[in-house]
Design a protein around this ligand. Structure first.
Ligand SMILES: [Zn+2]
Length: 331
């Protein structure tokens, strides 16, 4: 074992302890072994050309970004960063400038955050959604107020509203007595939603999903572009997870705007403008986010060819997937 500048380098070193290029994952053990009595502060990867700080390679935790949720330590910092991360995410150029390849990646933490954040957002949207679904359900044709409905069905009235809110327009729950004999025991009957049509109201979000799918294929599955990008898969996976978060947010916001319109909570004249806004923003955001990821975040050079290829592929992929799903769901 050799010992240089407090860095131990040995052949038997564990894979995860080896110094690697943070961008492409190229093993830097050989480079470290050439150090004599002094060690440089900056290095350059012979594989991908990334100029990096050796301290970030040896101790990745030094590269933590103060507002970013993936780098949170402890619950308080997690909560605080959970609120700040989406605001930074809205402006992709600022986001990626700070998240260069040397910054540590924690996929597990990011996935947990996205699940938790979307669950909270979905719950908040489920409340007006459930109320709206109840108003639109057949029960209201008899002009029963919610108070009367609640007297008839007890807590199952709330359970129905919450269920319908969560799963509208996919599933619809209706309280019914457990059996003919006993009217005290109740259960929820779950059926297919009344208003559910995939191709009609989901096609803008399917375009977003197709755009994301094609960018993922370009960077992870096509050997030529993979070689061109010289990128560890985890960087791309991070961008995919963040894109899923934004697509889901645009979906939730669209639903909320439609529910508010149906409940007469927003002016009727504003609806045509507001309705398309979240998904339009999401499309523009996806273009800018992936372009900035390639050029500013991952520092891929030359970047123009890859950005052009990814953007064209994502437009074609998004529209193709949307048309395909429209055809299979309407035929
Ligand atoms: Zn490299």
């Amino acid at each position: 074992m050799q010992h240089f500048c407090n860095v131990r380098v040995s052949e038997s070193m564990e894979e995860r302890d080896r110094p690697i290029c943070p961008k492409c994952g190229y093993d830097q053990t050989g480079e470290v072994a050439t150090w004599g009595t002094q060690c440089p502060t900056r290095g350059i990867c012979t594989e991908c050309g990334l100029v990096f700080n050796w301290s970030y390679v040896m101790r990745p935790e030094l590269g933590q970004v103060p507002w970013y949720v993936e780098h949170a330590r402890g619950l308080r910092s997690f909560v605080w960063r959970s609120l700040r991360t989406p605001f930074h995410l809205i402006l992709p150029h600022r986001f990626w400038k700070q998240l260069d390849p040397a910054k540590p990646v924690s996929i597990v933490r990011l996935v947990l955050w996205v699940i938790l954040a979307l669950f909270i957002v979905h719950t908040l949207v489920a409340i007006p959604n459930g109320y709206n679904a109840w108003i639109r359900s057949s029960w209201n044709w008899s002009r029963v107020t919610f108070q009367q409905y609640q007297q008839m069905h007890g807590n199952y009235a709330y359970a129905e509203m919450l269920f319908d809110g969560y799963f509208y327009p996919y599933l619809d729950a209706i309280p019914r007595p457990w059996s003919q004999q006993s009217s005290h025991k109740w259960t929820l009957d779950i059926r297919r939603g009344w208003h559910f049509r995939v191709g009609h109201s989901h096609s803008p979000h399917i375009v977003s999903a197709g755009m994301l799918l094609l960018w993922s294929i370009v960077l992870l599955a096509i050997p030529h572009t993979r070689r061109l990008s010289k990128l560890r898969a985890r960087h791309v996976v991070r961008a995919i997870i963040l894109s899923i978060f934004m697509i889901a947010m645009s979906y939730e916001l669209t639903h909320l705007i439609r529910t508010m319109y149906e409940l007469d909570w927003i002016p009727r004249a504003a609806f045509p403008v507001l309705d398309g806004l979240p998904v339009m923003f999401c499309w523009v955001w996806l273009f800018v986010f992936w372009g900035c990821a390639v050029h500013l975040g991952w520092l891929i050079r030359p970047s123009r060819l890859l950005i052009a290829l990814g953007t064209i592929a994502s437009i074609l992929g998004g529209t193709t997937l949307s048309v395909y799903i429209f055809i299979i769901t309407t035929s």
